[in-house]
Ligand binder design. Sequence first.
Ligand code: 9J3
Ligand code: ZN
Length: 308
Amino acid sequence: MQQHRLPSRQHPPRPSRSRTLTGLLASAAATAGLLLTALAPGAQAVAANPYERGPAPTNASIEASRGSYATSQTSVSSLAVSGFGGGTIYYPTSTADGTFGAVVISPGFTAYQSSIAWLGPRLASQGFVVFTIDTNTTLDQPDSRGRQLLSALDYLTQRSSVRTRVDASRLGVMGHSMGGGGSLEAAKSRTSLKAAIPLTGWNTDKTWPELRTPTLVVGADGDTVAPVGTHSEPFYESLPGSLDKAYLELRGASHFTPNSSNTTIAKYSLSWLKRFIDNDTRYEQFLCPIPRPSLTIAEYRGTCPHTS
Ligand code: 9J3
Ligand code: ZN
């Protein structure tokens, strides 16, 4: 009878045992012990979650203006791409932690990437490759912005200078206003996306039962351009009830609140991206049970607990 043995440089072959029951049991126990000893150090990191990036989060770390990764950025000329208007890629400088999930972000009607630029370093420093884009024209409508978000994702994963840093299977979309409406369009047409976050989203289409992407809908209580009653709320309610979804309504906020650095937008967007692009359940604590109304949260709805 042949003994089962782990290939190992540290452990020389053992002498064969007798074929008694106790011998077999002892052999099995020894092999199990060997397995545990051999696998424990590596298995700890791998078995937990291969997509986790960065230290265990705290409320302070998700509210901070920067995460643990130093970041770099590279400009993408509109002349060098097709299907969208170029942009800026923000990414963790280090290659020591493997690949990262990625998110592309579209600005709103008449606006440029500068209007959502604050999210670039903010999210990249937490361990994402972030691509803030310009659209082909600033007047492009949400359906067009949705296609442009997907073109930008394809550019990012297939042609960009940072493509080897990106895990092309773990991608998300965000956007402001018509860009947020575009993020819903993108998720509708590419159900493999892992996360979508429309920020004070605007769209003439109010119903999104086709989405299969975990979606965080962010509205603003004082939005008169895309009022929550005719935009974010119906968007959220029309998403499948079986979906991991949430509705965050910012308190004391306007349509343009997502255009400046905002802690509430950042902490819940980051938690959503971490939870669903990185499958990082360490962030579940910030999403479930659903956050209570506060100085900055007018209302929060969600399907909790989230599935894996
Ligand atoms: O992207 C947006 O800010 C959409 C809001 C808007 O101006 O819609 C009117 C056409
Ligand atoms: Zn619809």
